[in-house]
Design a protein around this ligand. Sequence first.
Ligand code: GLU
Length: 380
Amino acid sequence: MLDHTYSCRDWLTRSPGWRRTRSLLLGLLALFTVTSPVALAQGEKPTGPLKVATRVVPPFVMEENGKLDGFSVELWEGICERLGIKCEFVMTSTVADLLAAVKSGKADVGIAAISITAGRNQEFDFSQPILESGLQIMVRDQGGGSGTSSGLLSLLFSPTLFQLLGLMLLLILVPAHIVWFIERRHKEGLCETEAYFPGIFKACWWAGATLATQADEMPRSPLGRVAALIWMFVGVLFVAYFTAAVTTSMTVRQLRGDIQGPRDLPGKQVATIKGSTSAAYLAGAKIRTLEFTRIDEAYNALLNERADAVVYDSPVLLYYAAREGKGKVRVVGNIFRRESYGIALPMSSPYRKPIDHALLSLQEDGTYQELYEKWFHAEE
Ligand code: GLU
């Protein structure tokens, strides 16, 4: 009898009925795993909406008319949907405030442009990286390049040139009047006429031509010739001074604008964001910094010439340089410090694994790639 009946254990392992049921159950489980959200266990579900600390840092997070948008926002919305829970963003003003909110429990997670660092890793749990990038340098665009032509172009509109032109005008008018006064009564003199006009025009023409060492006529009276001789030497000195002033101005411009990488930063004034990894890098390298809360304040400092460069996260700089900063700023050199960006959670957070799972499945189904291309691709 016993031979034809299954004990409970035998039924579980040997009966053909069980094998069919088991395959069916396994099939259903596989289907469920692929299509369902990464559901949290009952005890892990938050009672209210999950609080997500963030901060405005385009293009990771942007705020327009009270609505949030950006790479991190859309990525988080994807994760949240997969977790099958409600989420609510909590705005903070700096990355330090954001992390403090996560640490103190005011927020359950933090997402923006948070770099994973050794120090932060001791205090927080981080998700899988959501992006690999790093720090880069942005400078003012000195007219599309740092060559001689752009240097000349910027010199054309510089105060130095206006000062030199003023001096030149003075150096024409003064000797022109002296020569006109001496020569006006001389019959075959330079001015040909006793009248102020057009005599003075002729004298001005002579003074200008002498300054450029191109004069074809000279005063006739002995006194006029002495004045002309003195003036010719003044002209030589002026041309030498003019050349020196232009050369110096162009060299200084080139030196000041010549930031190509972090090695060129010592001695420069650099704008960055308070509490960021860039600020830590600059402090470590003993570089003079201006620290701001919002990145647009750092951009303004660069445009107003209060800062010579901005050091910050490459995707943020590239995004600005390709849009509002187009033609005004330039991102120079390569990424000089690689950083991974992640979602910050308190230590041993029950959400880390489900978040990682959701993130990986967003990568596998192509959603991550779409978001990446939407927010970063144009700048690369
Ligand atoms: N990625 C930098 C950091 O984590 C800057 C982030 C920010 O300013 O929001 O320190």
